[in-house]
Write a new protein. Structure first.
Length: 673
């Protein structure tokens, strides 16, 4: 019944006041929804859409019916009389990738700060998320990164009810909201938002709750001391797999969290270790209890690291799977996809020998986990083997089926437009998704605030890895890496990207050409409009004034100012066009406000690094900017942990302090001179 209600809503949205569901009236258009015969379609999300004198949609599941309606709505045209018309067609469609993580509604990587809290109150926040869930349903996106990374359920009064309600709303639309968290604690890179974040279960202790704390897996020397995986605090923070009291605590905590929020996906991060050699070193320095229980030094052995990691995963998974809620119908085994990430997820520059060890490791873990359902293992973007004969991810996916327990891979594809590598709002990197064929889930690490066109782009290349819009081909490893870097680091786009233009048209209608120009904006040094200052502020305040290259910084921030001012002008033009979907008008207005702040902020930062700074004037400019934010922007945030605009006063405080440091440093230079 819920699916029927959603279908009615989508048809009314398409047809407006002319849509009637009264069966007593003579219909101008008949739409027949029916289940498909078992075994006739390759996926539960598959559907058949037939448009003749009547319209028929059939699918083995409600999800397929919803996707059939979504395609029908996209086929809608206006006829000569101003009514609805549809081209006659027969479509059978299904996804190449079962779990399509095409959206990320967070500011800080995949782990923190919900982006759609705009300071206008709780109800508006929830309504925006419902609109984003509807957006996902309409573009066949079935997973979105939503919340994390600290297992918080008390962010504001009513949080649990709100989030459980959003998860129920999403499930009815075949969308899984993804909640992330640390399986172990996170020591963290100095200054990182997540430094000191709580993991499940707490520290390795001889006894609980107050026994002595001990290390397990610490890597002594030989690696970057700022790498979070080797900080001593991380290596004693829940890493010991042989500690069954700790495992039980983790199991109880994760079950309690799942019971409270009923997530669609749990993205569970263990030690933040990417490379095989680093993980091997960690395992060599396991505690004596782990060494006794798993005596082998081999990471791929069931008597070694793979056996230990699988043991920890089993306990956590069983806690998740145990949760049931008869009132909402939530079933932990059926409704919560579990993504285990690390230790060791590999980088594309791993040697074949090291990638082989990583593949053996995950295959053994899969075998140890047996028939536990809906589990994916996280790997980073991979391309060809060194000899160019084998694509790495498809080969590993086949091994998990043939030799392991049949679990899937989760391809985490960093590709730019992500507030990690850059502050762009669009990247063509999903054109490389076909290299991840065989993965059960693909996460193109972008697609969030101001990036709905990116989400549509991601969706196309996860639904259809070999899209008719074209893809980036490379016949050997080095060529693939060059292409990847062009897309993700240099941010090279196609001269005329038909898919991007279509996505922009779907979002912004007649304003699409203006927004295409906006998406392409950058200065001579590849800096993008300062719509979201988070990444650049993190980099700015990670050093003291005297540690920065003043000339380079002034040039960068002046370039940012110029391109941000131009971006504001383009958004003003886009707002002149009426849009059918009110959400995009609301988002453009919010974008305009963000760019207005970004332009002023970048101008002040550039002046800080200018050789002849007037410090009194700069302090005054900061105060003016504080008043500008206070008087011109809402401040009713649900939580201090959410929203990017919520950080603007902090940016200004830090900039003011930074100016004070700068003033003293420059004064020192003058005295020395």
């Amino acid at each position: 019944m819920e699916t029927v209600r959603i279908v009615e809503g989508e048809l009314r949205r398409m047809a407006g006041e002319y849509c009637s569901f009264d069966s007593r009236e003579k219909a101008d258009l008949t739409i027949c929804l029916k289940p498909a015969g078992k075994g006739l379609m390759p996926s539960g999300e598959a559907y058949r859409l037939s448009v003749t004198d009547e319209i028929g949609i059939e699918s083995p599941t409600d999800a397929g019916i919803l996707y059939g309606i979504a395609s029908l709505v996209q086929l809608r045209r206006s006829n000569a009389k101003g009514g609805m018309a549809f081209p006659k067609c027969e479509i059978e469609d299904y996804p190449d990738v079962p779990y399509r993580f095409a959206s990320r509604w967070l500011i800080e990587l995949e782990c923190a700060r919900m982006a759609y809290d705009w300071g206008d109150g709780r109800e508006n926040l929830l309504e925006r998320y419902r609109k984003k869930i509807d957006f996902c349903m309409r573009y066949k996106i079935n997973a979105a990164f939503f919340e994390g990374f600290e297992w918080k359920t008390d962010k504001y009064p009513g949080y649990i009810d709100d989030i459980k309600g959003l998860n129920l709303y999403a499930r009815s639309r075949n969308v899984r909201l993804t909640f992330g968290g640390h399986v172990i604690g996170y020591g963290g890179v100095p200054g990182h938002t997540m430094a000191g974040a709580k993991g499940l279960g707490g520290f390795n202790r001889v006894s609980y709750p107050d026994g002595a704390i001990y290390d397990c897996g610490r890597t002594p020397g030989g690696f970057n001391p700022f790498q979070p995986s080797v900080s001593s605090d991380t290596m004693r923070n829940g890493t010991c797999r042989s500690n069954d009291a700790l495992n039980r605590l983790k199991q109880l905590e994760i079950a309690d969290y799942v019971r409270q929020v009923e997530p669609g996906v749990l993205y569970l991060h263990s030690e933040d270790i990417s490379m095989y050699e680093e993980f091997r070193q960690m395992w060599l320095h396991r505690c004596e209890a782990c060494r006794h229980r798993w005596p082998s030094d081999e990471i791929a052995s069931r008597e070694g690291a793979a056996g230990a990691i699988a043991h920890g995963f089993q306990s956590i998974y069983d806690g998740i799977a145990s949760v049931r809620n008869p009132e909402t119908g939530f079933n932990g085994t059926r409704d919560c996809l579990v993504v285990f990430v690390s230790p060791t997820y590999g980088k594309y520059h791993e040697s074949d020998a090291d990638w082989g060890e990583i593949s053996d490791f995950w295959t053994t873990i899969s075998k140890e986990l047996g028939n536990r359902e809906r589990i994916l293992f996280g790997v980073r973007e991979q391309f060809w083997s060194e000899d160019g004969k084998t694509k790495r991810i498809p080969a590993l996916a086949e091994r998990l089926i043939a030799e392991g327990g049949g679990h899937g891979l989760f391809a985490f594809a960093v590709g730019g437009a992500d507030l990690f590598k850059n502050s762009a709002l669009f990247s063509a990197a999903p054109r490389l998704n076909h290299f991840y064929q065989g993965a059960a889930g693909i996460f193109n690490f972008n697609g969030g605030l101001f990036a709905s066109a990116q989400e549509i782009y991601n969706s196309e290349y996860t639904w259809n890895l070999f899209s008719p819009f074209g893809r980036d081909e490379a016949g050997d490893r080095e060529s693939a890496i060059v292409l990847y870097r062009k897309r993700s680091e240099e941010m090279v786009h196609l001269p005329e990207d038909r898919l991007l233009r279509m996505a922009l048209r779907l979002c912004y209608e007649d304003a699409a050409p203006v927004m295409e120009a906006f998406y392409a904006l950058r200065d001579e040094e590849n800096h993008f409009p300062l719509a979201i200052p988070y990444r650049l502020c993190r980099l700015l305040f990670s050093k003291r004034f005297e540690e920065h290259d003043r000339v380079k910084q002034e040039r960068q921030w002046r370039g940012l100012n110029k391109v941000t001012v131009r971006a504001g002008e383009l958004v003003d033009r886009a707002l002149e066009y009426p849009l059918f979907e009110s959400f995009f008008t609301e988002e453009l207005r919010y974008l305009k406000g963000c760019l207005a702040f970004g332009a002023r902020f970048s101008e002040v930062v550039a002046e800080v690094f200018a050789a002849t700074s007037d410090f009194n004037a700069l302090h005054h400019r900061i105060e003016e900017l504080r008043n500008f934010v206070c008087e011109g922007y809402p401040s009713d945030f649900t939580s201090v942990d959410d929203g990017e605009m919520n950080l603007w006063p902090t940016y200004l405080d830090r900039l003011d302090a930074f100016i004070g440091e700068t003033e003293m440093t420059v004064q020192g230079y003058r005295e020395d001179a």
